[in-house]
Design a protein around this ligand. Structure first.
Ligand SMILES: [Zn+2]
Length: 211
């Protein structure tokens, strides 16, 4: 079944349900010829648990590892609050290992990586521009209700911690001191965040998405 699906160009990681002559089957099902096969992508709004599950449920605790070409998308996802690993020197083997170890969905523009047998979770990103990629991933994986801007460091992926204005006052640009009162700090790199330009830009993206 798995080989038949992938021979059509669909990565098996995007398949959540297979029906053969109306009966749900697993990837290991053998085709004999003449059957009617229906293949469905991941369901998020429909409970298909009475049917055969192809993999452990993971999407509702979405974590990602992005390939080397998706640095902008990785930063956008972090700004939207999603745990996203990315490094500019990670090869495919390392990305697959991180995916398996952390139950992370691989985000890639390389279909070959998603066809690897050991890969369990993956999404092929169609868009080529960072903000469009973010919009695509949020829509495709139905992440709208999980977006939490201003909660994660865009540079090192660490969850941000609340910090008092007095503690960070000296590090703030002059115009920020008077305009904002709520700040968060990254325990990893020390960067201070406030609901300023990045936040407004993210808000704009999600307004356009209709979330
Ligand atoms: Zn940081």
């Amino acid at each position: 079944m798995k080989d038949a699906i992938e021979s059509t160009g669909v990565p098996h990681t995007e398949v959540d349900l297979i029906l053969v002559d109306g009966v749900s089957v697993g990837f290991e099902h053998l085709l004999t010829g003449g059957e009617r096969v229906a293949v469905y992508p991941m369901f998020e709004a429909l409970d298909i648990s009475p049917l055969v599950r192809l993999r452990p449920r993971a999407l509702r605790d979405p974590r990602f590892v992005a390939d080397v070409h998706l640095g902008k998308l990785a930063r956008h996802l972090r700004m939207a609050g999603f745990d996203t690993l990315w490094a500019n020197d990670w090869d495919d083997d390392l990305i697959v290992r991180e995916s398996l170890a952390g139950r992370r969905t691989i985000l890639t523009r390389d279909k070959g990586m998603l066809r690897r047998r050991e890969v369990e979770r993956g999404y092929f990103v169609r868009a080529t521009e960072g903000e469009a990629q973010l919009a695509e991933v949020v829509r495709a994986l139905q992440l709208e209700s999980l977006v939490a801007p201003f909660t994660r460091c865009r540079e090192c992926n660490a969850p941000l911690e609340p910090v008092g204005k007095a503690e960070v006052l000296e590090r703030l640009p002059e115009k920020v001191r008077g305009c904002y009162d709520t700040f968060r700090r990254c325990p990893g790199c020390g960067r201070v965040y406030w609901e300023g330009t990045h936040f407004e830009r993210m808000r704009g993206i999600f307004d356009r998405l209709g979330t």
